[in-house]
Design a protein around this ligand. Sequence first.
Ligand code: AVJ
Length: 318
Amino acid sequence: MLKTAPSKSSSRLITFQHDVITGLADSPKRLPCKYFYDKRGSALFDEICELDEYYLTRTEQAIMDRYASEMGAQIDAGAMLVEYGSGSSIKTRILLDHLIDPVAYVPVDISHRHLQRVAERLRADYPHLEIIPVTADFTRPFSLPTPRKPATHCAVYFPGSTIGNFEPAQAERLLRSITERCGDGGGLLIGIDLVKDVETLERAYNDDSGVTAAFNLNLLHRIRDELDADIDVEAFQHVAFYNDAASRIEIYIRSLKRQTIRIAETSFQLDAGELIHTEYSHKYTIEGFSKLAARAGLELHRSWTDDDQLFAVLHLVV
Ligand code: AVJ
């Protein structure tokens, strides 16, 4: 038989296994939140976005609906719009509707199949816009495609408070890479979740119907099914709370008993009550975020928020 390089999907699996084993070997234990988004995880996330408790998506969408024409006017003609973590590209549509002669839309997402389906629907709805999906983990270096019509500049759209997943130093590094990618004339349109009362924040990550819990614990299902791991997924629980000092929601998976999980040849011991960190969701003030962005070479140009100041969309320029 011919020897071939590992297929894309098998190398993805190797990376997943490597990241899981590295994270569980760490102390405290952790699992990267980017692995939430397999097919089921992406569907659960879409469900979260519909929850009463989860104000983020609805509020950001309302800001987009209300101000998309103002936002579109900030982005010069001839732009290649690159979206980081595009998911279902729902909020993007209103922006696309208001951009002046964009050259291409490049949704970047880690979930390959979901991205392909979304791109197909966009092509049907925007026949005059080149849609170039890129399957990539935007936290790692990746190259941008060259559109058929040359772009005059690159505008990055980074909605959804995804930046909140990163610790400030990482966020700064990611913003710096966006600055370098965009170059002069480029800019960033970014959605950030604002600091607010603890009750509202904690409710958003502990919904009554348990969708967020299922979303978090889906990570264990993925590890069990894709890595053929030995895990009693019923013996774990979702935990989410606000850390005021760090201005962030912290999400964990708690082991309900002392137990061992096995992945490939490696075993991991968990104590009863032990936490596996899965996600941070940082909350910012507009001022605080602007300072962070300034350190990465981006200057606040405009900001839009809702009447209750729950969420903000910022336009920053290089
Ligand atoms: C997609 C990162 C914005 O932090 O609110 C929702 C993910 N996690 N519920 C967030 C999430 C649990 C979400 N982001």
